[in-house]
Design a binder for this molecule. Structure first.
Ligand code: TA6
Length: 304
């Protein structure tokens, strides 16, 4: 999808008071959502929610001020869609980490103004010979984004072939916080986790997660809501999900963030990734003709 398609895109899918399409940073085509409840921006590349803020609220989704925007380049921040694998490819080291979905074009399938004032956009991944070289499975992926007082996203994977396949997927979501050192993450207190900062060792979480160094953990048997308590912003971010049995908590901290080059000098202090995933032992098997839905709902509430 190029910016040359903008007139046709707006003619078919723009809805006054809800959504229009324009050229965004790096020449990416972006859906600009603005309704009575919230604002959001979504790049068609990766069907990537870059920003979301309920009206009169601070942004809930973090986007690096130093993010690089270019066709085929992953965007630092927002809600990257990891598909059809999470992390490194199981056998091919040269395949992109977290799959290719976040760096390829998705097409707009539909836009809707909902009765409650929210805006729903449905995107479909565009697969081609380059993606099939990495993922030959007969499949379709839709990303359904509902922008309202809450942000809901559903990643629907359909097996359109005649053989089962194994899928890893995730919403690799970056949440904006006042200062990660003051935050506490609840809802993982009884989960085992794989500690990627300590050789992938299996450990047991006890109590809320506090972050004061690089943290990169895959929490298993994680199905409950995850809560990010942020005293600086006096708010709680609630992460609800279905269709996922693992959650990743990630903050690169100082050195790793500096190495990545798109966090800026202290961006790591204002973000934390709480990722709703099907990863590691929790990847999913989709039978021929079957489908899998990974669904999340992000909302904010006052800190009690
Ligand atoms: O989900 C955590 C993680 O796998 C980290 O290990 C780190 O690699 C992060 O994702 C970011 O990956 P990216 O490919 O977006 O730079």
């Amino acid at each position: 999808m190029s910016t040359a398609d903008l007139p046709a895109l707006n003619a078919q899918f723009a809805i006054p008071g809800h959504v229009s399409f324009r050229e965004g940073p790096g020449g990416l085509v972006v859906a600009m959502v603005g309704n009575s409840l919230a604002t959001a921006t979504i790049a068609l590349q990766g069907a990537h929610v870059m920003t979301w803020a309920p009206r009169k609220q601070r942004p809930v989704i973090w986007l690096s001020k130093f993010a690089k925007f270019a066709p085929g380049k992953s965007i630092r921040g927002g809600v990257p869609v990891c598909w059809p694998w999470f992390g490194a490819h199981a056998t091919e080291a040269k395949f992109p980490g977290h799959g290719f979905a976040r760096t390829v074009q998705w097409e707009v399938v539909s836009t809707e103004a909902l009765r409650d004032g929210a805006t729903r956009l449905t995107f479909r991944i565009v697969q081609d010979e380059a993606t099939r070289a990495q993922w030959p499975q007969a499949s379709e992926a839709l990303n359904v984004v509902t922008v309202g007082k809450a942000l809901e996203i559903a990643l629907v994977t359909r097996n359109t072939g005649s053989a089962p396949f194994t899928l890893g997927d995730a919403f690799h979501t970056y949440f904006e916080v006042s200062d990660i050192r003051d935050c506490r993450i609840h809802g993982l207190g009884s989960c085992p986790y794989l500690d990627k900062v300590d050789g992938g060792k299996k450990k047991q979480q006890v109590g809320p997660v506090a972050i004061g160094e690089e943290v990169d953990r895959i929490y298993l048997d994680s199905v409950a809501d995850v809560l990010i308590d942020d005293p600086g912003y006096q708010r709680r971010i609630r992460v609800s999900k279905r269709g996922s049995r693992s959650s990743v908590v990630w903050n690169p901290w100082i050195e790793k963030a500096a190495k990545m080059g798109d966090f800026g000098p202290d961006g790591y202090l204002n973000m934390v990734c709480v990722e709703s995933t099907n990863a590691a032992d929790d990847v999913v098997q989709i039978p021929a003709g079957g489908e899998h839905r990974l669904w999340v709902r992000y909302s904010i509430e006052p800190l009690d």
